[in-house]
Design a protein around this ligand. Sequence first.
Ligand SMILES: [Zn+2]
Length: 423
Amino acid sequence: MMTKTLAVLLLVGALVDTASGQPTSDLATLQANPAYQAALDHLDRDYDRFVRELIELTEIPAPPFTEDARAVAYMTMLQAAGLDVEQDGVGNVMGLRRGTGGGPLLAVAAHIDTVFPPETDVTVRRSGTRLKAPGIGDDTAGLATLLAVIRALDAASLETASDVLFIGNVGEEGPGDLRGVKYLFREGAYRDRITAFMSVESGGQSAITNGALGSRRYRATFRGPGGHSYGAFGLVNPAFAMAGAMQRFAAIDVPENPKTTLSVGIVRGGTSVNSIPFETSMDIDMRSESPEELDKLVEAFLGAMDMAVDEENATRSVSQGPIELDLELIGDRPSGLTPASAPIMRAAIAAARAFGIESRQRTSSTDANLPISLGIPAITIGRGGLGGRSHSLDEWVDIDREPTVRGLQVVLTTILAVAGPAE
Ligand SMILES: [Zn+2]
């Protein structure tokens, strides 16, 4: 929750340059700038093109690990919007918009990947102002938003102090495990230059994600000798070992605050009804707002797995071999927090407020997790507009002009507030 002190600061409207930590501007100055007003107007005039590009991008499938067709199309669009573009080693596409300051670099990203498998029908269907297609909101609308914002900045000749790197990144959704931003911050050409990060996601603008919800995901596989259910009765059974493991896992005590959760998402295994299985497995999801609580939970999970295996090996015969446990880490998202007092948060809150939106803070799992865990100021904002049912085949966005354009305007204003106006 926002503190009183912060609210007062925002009323004064003082913003702080993310690089120098010195106050350089306020939104009143920005609002009085005719070029800024021209940029806002341009977003309205550009509405039809925004919708067209949204549909075009949505209809290029982008399943996890198979984002390249859409990435290449997006790179062409970034280029058409006037940027020098490049694609990095993991598949992220990006274009740099130079600022006047020559120093700090704000990265603004939307993710290219969707959760949907390749065979999904991604044809956009329209009824009234509603467009329906898998992935159209999350995060294809974010990609289209960045294009509209770049064009508006250029049309109005608006310069920023910071360089702004616009990115369509891969690997945000579950199985991708943030591989796009991991590459960006660990190996990418800009890794040492990015001083602030903002991702633009589907969703409203009344919440700004500054808390990174960490998660750890495992596939636990239990293997044994297997055998005939009748003839080999008495041998250790991977299903029993896994059942014991699940029960112990479910019994782990987690705090309500900071919110910490655990779940078994998928279970598999077995050969036939009359066989002792030689293999069973389950996929585990653990999350926490707190890195310490997440570590504690993972410890307890690992202990529960070992104990269940030992118990099965002690209960039944290991004459043909014991139960063995194989643990594979299939997801690792770090947690952390960009404080509400950080300049990037103050700028984003002030930008939303300029449109009458009072934003609250939110903790979520997004591309911002990674920079946040590295101590780089990072947030995830909504692209505005209306939409819903993300990650479902019924996903939709409403393209009613007024709220759609206002959403774009908030994003543009947030970028300007963070990147700072040209000196
Ligand atoms: Zn998303």
